[in-house]
Design a protein around this ligand. Sequence first.
Ligand code: ADP
Length: 463
Amino acid sequence: MPKTFKINNPSTGELISEVRINSNDEIQQALKNGHESFKKWSKVNAHERSRLLKKWSDKIQEHKTEIAEIMTLENGKPLKESLGEVDYATSYIDWYAEEAKRIYGRTIPAATETKRIIVSKQPIGLVAAITPWNFPAAMMTRKAAPALAAGCTFIVKPAEDTPLTTIKLIELAYEIGIPADAIQYVIGDGKEVGELFTSSEYVRKITFTGSTPVGKSLIKNSAHTVKHVTMELGGHAPLIIAEDADLDIAVSQTIASKFRNAGQTCVCANRIIVHENVIEEFSAKLTKEVRKLKVGNGLEEDTHIGPIINEKGYEKIVVQINDALEKGAEALVGNEYNTNKEKGYFFVYPTVLKNVNLNMKIMHEETFGPVAPLISFKELEEAVEIANSTPYGLAAYFFTNNYKTGTYLHDHLDFGIVGWNDGAPSAAHVPFGGMKESGLGREGGIEGIEPYLETKFLSIGNL
Ligand code: ADP
């Protein structure tokens, strides 16, 4: 009997599918095929690669509802968010379909009349990707689209909890004519497949979205063969509310940032840092809005907050909430659960904590859950110090209508993504990525295709 992963619906615990795990030999063969097919795919001209990507995007859109339902079934996120993620996923394909045609080189004036200097870009080779469960569609296309656009071949290992969306998207790529060895998926355990990818002489680049410890091990293992790496790792986003902020905007954007995907994104606000003169009013308004959020099965139309992906994720959230409560925090709303360990579902009600201090785990460890801890500040410098006191540097948000305050915060926050009066800044046309231990490199925007390209310089002499 071949080994399989059981895919369960995190809203009910029900088995929805079983997916066959690939053997090591199959994965090695897939890597070899990806390497071999690079010779052909890298020679397909950029306009044709662009056309194929556009066709892939259109095909995905034709199947939008079906894909969104698969995503909600395996990930649990509300159907509306899954539909939004299909758009978000195709926006990367559309963007890089265009960028494929804009991979420019340059000429450099030579220091002598007898030389010409030309700089060109070429695809780096086979790219191996490892993706997470929280955005099963978009984290894959954000890597596959620039790779294929650049002329690289691509192989992905989706997360064990959510492989079905990836499988569906790649099947659609085959349907519209992207060659089968140019984009492939393999199914297996993260650590084992990670080792096959990093040790393979065929793989020239590893691209990863996931936790910081796993990212570090992938960087280390990639060193043996000096592979390129792009790492989108953990975060612990601060969200600062200045004294002059528009509190209604701050509340709606805090909810957008904090509670999307039940708080299970690396850019979710993890620390809400509020000026002492407005913290009472802000927490009352936030609590009122949070009470309206409906927790439940993502397939039900009025659900805002779906389940936590698995027991491990759930336990981490509960430990952080209890730790905060034991150390003096107070839950204004939430701290309620609907779980059934035997059946295998875990819901955490959206929670707002006040009287939070820096000794609490929640102020340092990534929560990945619908919990908003509020801490107050007096001076802006203090807010910045709290915000930057983390090894992470992915996303930060602030709310102010004072341009001096805003400029100061922008200048002093050590984060790769900054939202000013904006709780949802991410898009295909902007560079997404973190500083410090949140990662290396950027995905999206014009920056997002560079990591798939090598620079070659030609010197023509004796003219
Ligand atoms: P989480 O704890 O949120 O699941 P991970 O970083 O563990 O985050 O998982 C993200 C992706 O990394 C998944 O596809 C998972 O299979 C994979 N993964 C987990 N451990 C390793 C590892 N040691 N090496 C490579 N990939 C891994």
